[in-house]
Ligand binder design. Sequence first.
Ligand code: TLP
Length: 354
Amino acid sequence: MYIDLRSDTVTQPTAAMREAMYQAEVGDDVYSEDPTINRLQELAATITGKEAALFVPSGTMGNAIALLTHAGRGQAVIVGDQSHIYRYEAGGASTLGGSPMYTVPTHPDGMLDLDAVTHGIADESDEHTAATALICIENSHNRCGGTVIGVEQIEAISALAHTHGVAVHMDGARIFNAATALNIPVSTLVSSVDSLMFCLSKGLSAPVGSLLVGETAFIRRARRVRKVLGGGMRQAGVLAAAGIVALEQMVERLAEDHENCERLAYGLADIPHIQIQPDQVVTNILLFSLHHGEQPFSDSEIALFLNKAREQGILLGRMGERNIRAVTHAGIEAAHIDQALIGIRQAIQEIYPS
Ligand code: TLP
């Protein structure tokens, strides 16, 4: 059995989820007649403090629907240069929606550079530029290492956007991790954004599914875009049933994942050749890099390390040019972390015996 730290997407549905899926009452969701999906959507809207919600198959589709709904063809979207939307979603908004993406620098905590955003918002009167329709933010921030931005930072972006008649979408794939780290309700954290996508199938352990939330009129338009993308799923209440369990039973335990991630981070900081800032680790994701003296490990050395770690029973992933990512989640206990630390130390020792 591997200790799988590649992602929290590897989590398995719990026994309660499987039972709820088995028992789920279902209907045709394209007619809005699946009672379980309707219940999940109402629950999602309530928890996030938004008017309405839409169940979608994946986080990627949820973000694509949001961008296509907010920004029409030829209208621009401002995204962080480190954002999942820009880096890992195959250019959805531009490919499918004809919206150019303008990138702005991302600070180490995942916050967008506000000056760059201000300059990035197009001057309406200039016919050379595409009008800006949307700004996207991400919380927690994956590629920054699970970092979190707080209410005031989000409000600063929203205020700037709204002054210019621009909407704000939050990629909150792991918004419950962010809210847990800040110890505030999700609804408070997202109150100033126009739309939010969050995932059920990461730390919350559901097998499939994400939700897009926002105003009723926005969600009505988003339903049509979901249809265009083939995301109208008929009797998908079997999936929504697991999502309801995820929201009702799996949020509180996220704090354990954060503790385990911190434990891993401080343990890694003690291992030769590893560079990590353990005090920057606030949720369930950490990044570290490998160095030999002043020299960072080359690509092939990183690949060798990942193979050696695998031989030790530990699965890790790469993120960015030089970083290795570890993600904690349900099923990973403190004892697994201690075992992983021994294995990682051994893997490095095999490459550079001390
Ligand atoms: N992220 C995955 C990979 O794609 C990198 C992971 O293992 O972390 N937003 C954010 C911030 C995400 O981290 C992800 C998934 C998504 C959106 C997309 O969600 P899915 O995988 O459901 O399409």
